[in-house]
Design a protein around this ligand. Sequence first.
Ligand code: HEM
Length: 370
Amino acid sequence: RQAVGFHGSHQPGILNPPPAAGMVAAFDVLAPDRAGLERLFRLLTGRIAFLMAGGMPPEADPRFPPADSGILGPEIVPDGLTVTVALGASLFDGRYGLAARKPVHLEVMRRFPNDALERDWCHGDLLLQVCANTPQSTIHALRDIIKAAPDLLRLRWRLDGTLPPASGGQAPRQTPRNLLGFKDGTANLDPTDPALMERHIWVGPEDGEPAWARGGSYQVVRIIRNFVERWDRTPLQEQQQIFGRDKREGAPLGLEREHDIPDYAADAEGKRIPLDAHIRLANPRTPETADSLILRRPFNYDRGVTRAGQLDMGLLFICFQRNLRRGFIAVQERLNGEPLEEYIKPTGGGYFFALPGVPDPGRYLGQGLI
Ligand code: HEM
C-alpha cells in the first residue's frame, strides 16, 4: 500500500527515491483569470493529496459517470504515488498579472547545439511529474486530474518512463542502468543530506527570488533520444571512454569500485579518464564548478519505432536545482560538443519551477503566488 506523505515544506517526488514508473505531463493552463488559477491550484492540491493517500472514492449515482476510472479496482491504493507540480515561464507571461512574481531564472528552454527540439514535445504552462510503483497508478492519477479540470487544463505532451525493477524503491538499492547499459545516478547528490539539499536544490531566502518561491526548486526535463542501434555496435572501450566509467561496475576508469572518487588533478592529461568524458565535463570537481551540482532523477523511456524504422527510446532526463543557470544550464554548456553527442539527440522537454510544498491541510499548492 506504501503511501508517500503529501504535506511538508517541499513537494514529494523530488528527494524520495524514484520508483519504477515515472511520467511527465505538460499542460496549457486555460483558467480565464487569477481566480480560475486559484481554483486550479486548490483543485490540484485536493486531488493529489487524495490520490497519494489512497482510499475509497465516493459512490456516484449510476446515472452519472463513476467518481473514479476504476483502473486500480474499487479502492485506490497509494502505490508509492507522488505528483509534483511545476510551472513554466509562459504562465507568468501577463495573462494572470504574475510577471513580477516569476522566479528570477525561469525562462523558456532554448536550443543547445546538439538539440533537435520538436515543438509538440516542448514547454508548457504547468508540468505534472507523476511517479509510482506501477504505470497503472501513474495513468490512474493523470486521468483523475484531467477529468477533474477539463476547463482549466489542456494536455500538451506527455512521456512515460521506467526504471529497472532492481532499483524500484526496494533495498538493497542498486544504481539503475540507463538504455546505454551504464549505471546512471552513481555520483548523484545524496538526497538524504538536508544541508546539501539546502545548498544545491531548494530556493532559499538569500537567492533574490520572490518570497513565495522559497522551498521550491527549478526542474528541468529533457527528452534525450538514444541511438541504441549505433551504440550497440560501438566497441566497449569506446563506450567506456565516452562516459569515463567502466560499464560493468560503474567505477571511474582506472579505479575499482562504483563509488570511488576520481582524482582529476592527478590525471590532468586525461590518460585514465579522457578530458572530454561525460562525467569529467559534467562535474570537473574543481572549486569553480562546485556550485553547479544538480539532483538528477531520470527515467528510461520507450516510444516504439521512428518513421525511419529505428528504436525510439532514450532518457527522460529530469533534474532539480536551486538556480537554473548555475545548475543545469552551466552543466549542459560544459557538455556541449561531448563525444556522447554522436549517440544522443535531445528532442523535447522544458524548464519549470517546482512549487514549494504544502505544509499542512489548511493550505494549497502555489498559495503564496496567488
Ligand atoms: C553522470 C549518462 C545526460 C549530467 C552520468 C553517468 C552516466 C550518465 C552513465 C555516470 C554515472 C553517474 O554518476 O550517474 C547520461 C546519459 C545522458 C546523460 C545516457 C543522455 C542520454 C546528461 C545531461 C546532464 C547530465 C543532459 C546535465 C546537463 C550528469 C552529471 C553526472 C552525470 C552531473 C555526474 C558526474 C559526476 O559527478 O561525476 N551520466 N547522462 N547528464 N551526468 Fe549524465
